[in-house]
Design a protein around this ligand. Structure first.
Ligand code: URA
Length: 241
């Protein structure tokens, strides 16, 4: 459920501010009932009319996108850099990224126009696993990475325990490849966690979010999630762990 004025604005009927005015002026009905208060929430199946004219609510869409490097996880950029929605040319729905990957991080980003879905997936209490593969500077070992398992303090707050697996080490180049699984989504979290144990991240890719992975996608590609995948994510996000 979302606020009426937000749904109106999303449908393109008016700005959020103007939609609030329309509501307060008594020009909006939901399922035939006049609404004049601003707190009302509506769902996809509610019939909304403005001055007796139905507004069109977009149907929800869900995509898995392989974000390439040097693309911003946003729908617009004031410096005119490439943004993730540039790759969705021809998709009419107003989609946005679920959470964020850094400019230089590649990998799986879910995209949707469903605000509720996005809130569910990004809320830390739902503990959806995200799998990252990082190339780090330095030769790691199980002991030196152990603090990641316990949780470490970054920005004054302890992270939840993470799981890691060392995939390879290159003694000649002095680098390592490590898989890290976390369920929080704090700013630059993976980079800060590795930095905290003494291994700066050189390259970062997200391989998986919940049950969704990058299989069959190349950087810049996207695909619609199947009904099964969408319901799996809803189940994951609504189950308290
Ligand atoms: N953690 C990071 O540090 N960067 C990302 O892009 C995602 C998680």
């Amino acid at each position: 459920m979302e606020r009426l004025q937000k749904v109106m604005a999303n449908s393109g009927v008016a700005s959020r501010r103007k939609s609030e005015e329309l509501i307060q002026e008594g020009r909006v009905t939901v399922n035939g009932k006049k609404i004049t208060e601003l707190g009302v929430k509506v769902g996809r199946h509610d019939d909304i009319e403005v001055d007796g004219v139905p507004i069109y609510q977009e149907q929800p869409v869900y995509y898995a996108f392989y974000k390439p490097k040097n693309v911003i996880s946003a729908v617009s950029d004031d410096k005119d850099r490439q943004v993730v929605t540039d790759y969705f040319y021809g998709v009419p729905e107003r989609i946005f990224p679920v959470g964020r990957l850094d400019y230089d991080t590649t990998g799986l980003l879910l995209m949707t126009n469903d605000g509720e879905f996005s809130n569910m997936l990004t809320h830390p209490k739902h503990k959806i696993d995200k799998v990252y593969v990082a190339k780090v500077k330095g030769v790691v070992n199980n002991d030196s990475l152990k603090p990641l398992r316990k949780g470490i303090v970054i920005d004054g707050r302890k992270t939840a325990p993470a799981k890691f697996k060392i995939l390879s080490v290159d003694h000649v180049k002095g680098t390592s490849i490590v898989e890290l699984i976390i369920h929080e989504g704090r700013n630059h979290q993976v980079k800060k966690m590795f930095e905290a144990v003494g291994y700066p991240v050189l390259k970062l890719k997200r391989e998986k979010v919940g049950s969704i992975d990058l299989l069959g996608l190349q950087p810049g590609d996207f695909r619609e999630l199947t009904k099964k995948e969408i319901s799996q994510l809803f189940v994951l996000a609504s189950t308290d762990k």
